[in-house]
Design a protein around this ligand. Structure first.
Ligand SMILES: [Zn+2]
Length: 391
């Protein structure tokens, strides 16, 4: 399985594919010319046919690719978490993700919901209710395999326009794609498309609100607010250029383990308009996965809430989160492309800590070793909770 952990690798992958594709075409032509010039009839027809098949695969006439897409929930950094990460010359959050990093590196593309802005120490770090986190949080999630972050959250404007823009500057500096909060209208209009082995995925992100903080007049690009007409327009635009449309959405009621009617209605709307995968978050606890069957027979995969992935919140399911994943197969033949989604999986995680120190995201199944009582029973309960709609 191909593993990668940075966007840099992502880009080099794409470039690699183009280079290899070109090489195939060039060498295919050369070989074909060689075979044709040797026109005495003793050419291995099978060999040519095989080779041509490979060339046509590159041309897109016959094509099959498979990948795994995954997401983790809220990265919500309270002061007790960043104080725990403090080192001599800054912050280091990498040890907090070390135990789950091998699993996070498995999917080809991993999305995280970066709930708090990463404007860094320059404007002063802060915690609930107006968060601003160290930029080393971003360094750690990139190191752990995150390929893109959603940034439309109720905390996007916690530290105003300045905070939101400083956070975007950080993402641009490190080269990680972000979606949901933008530096200007042109940035907002630019679709985020990741190309994984010829499967093009468009990432979209919206939030229900910004905790009552008004969006500055004329600066709607600072955060995508849920608006059916806007979502519809962007989904349709994304469908023109992408094979798979992925929505990362901030919604629902905090601490509720099941979606409400509003979430279900909006999910059905987005699915019907063309969203293929919906990753929900904000409730801080896990809500189940489901399949939505659309009027054209197409299926949309949804997890209503991914819970917290790394936060300072404890108890009542708030310290249980995980990684949801889905396999995507693209098949093209005779000018027709089909996308198949299957094999939904969930990898439950737990945020272990001791006296508000030593925060570690660990596999829930092994959380007993990190002080969680009845970890195995909680693992079983979590898996059945998440899968209950699709069993
Ligand atoms: Zn939230």
């Amino acid at each position: 399985m191909r593993r990668k952990s940075t966007v840099g690798k992502n880009r080099s992958l794409t470039i690699g594919i183009i280079v290899i594709g070109t090489l195939f075409l060039v060498s295919g032509n050369l070989l074909l010319k060689m075979y044709l010039s040797n026109a005495d009839g003793d050419v291995n027809a099978q060999q040519i046919e095989n080779h041509l098949n490979r060339s046509t695969a590159v041309n897109g006439k016959e094509f099959e690719a498979k990948m795994t897409l995954a997401a983790i929930g809220d990265i919500l950094i309270h002061d007790r978490v960043y104080e725990d990460a403090e080192i001599a010359d800054g912050y280091d959050f990498k040890p907090m993700l070390k135990a789950v990093k091998p699993e996070l590196l498995q999917p080809e593309i991993l999305l995280a919901n970066q709930e708090t802005i990463l404007a860094g120490t320059e404007i002063g770090l802060s915690s609930y209710p107006s968060f601003n986190s160290p930029q080393e949080v971003g360094d750690a999630i990139i190191d752990a395999g995150v390929d893109i972050v959603s940034t439309a959250n109720n905390h996007t404007l916690d530290r105003g326009e300045r905070g939101a823009l400083a956070s975007i500057d950080y993402w641009n500096k490190v080269g990680l794609p972000y979606v949901g909060s933008f530096k200007d209208t042109a940035d907002q209009q630019r679709l985020r498309i990741l190309n994984q082995d010829g499967i093009k995925l468009a990432f979209l992100s919206y939030t229900y609100g910004t905790n009552g903080i008004p969006v500055p007049v004329g600066k709607d690009y600072l955060v995508n607010l849920i608006d059916k007409e806007k979502i519809k327009e962007e989904v349709h635009r994304a469908r023109q250029v992408a094979d798979v449309v992925v929505m990362s959405i901030h919604w629902g009621n905090e601490y509720q383990r099941f979606p409400d009617n509003q979430q279900q209605d909006l999910a059905a709307f987005m699915a019907e308009e063309g969203v293929d995968v919906i990753f929900g978050h904000h409730p801080h606890v896990l809500q189940p996965m489901d399949w939505i069957t659309n009027s054209d027979g197409r299926k949309t995969f949804i997890i209503y809430s991914l819970g917290n992935f790394l936060s300072g919140q404890m108890w009542d399911y708030k310290d249980i989160g995980g990684m949801a994943s889905i396999d995507i197969t693209k098949h093209s033949a005779n000018g027709e492309t089909t996308i198949q989604l299957d094999n939904p999986q969930f990898y439950p995680t737990f945020v272990a800590s001791k006296g508000q120190r030593n925060y570690r995201v660990v596999p829930l199944l092994e959380a007993g070793k990190h002080g969680l009582e009845n970890a195995e029973a909680k693992y079983t309960e979590t898996v059945s909770h998440v899968f209950q709609f699709i069993k």
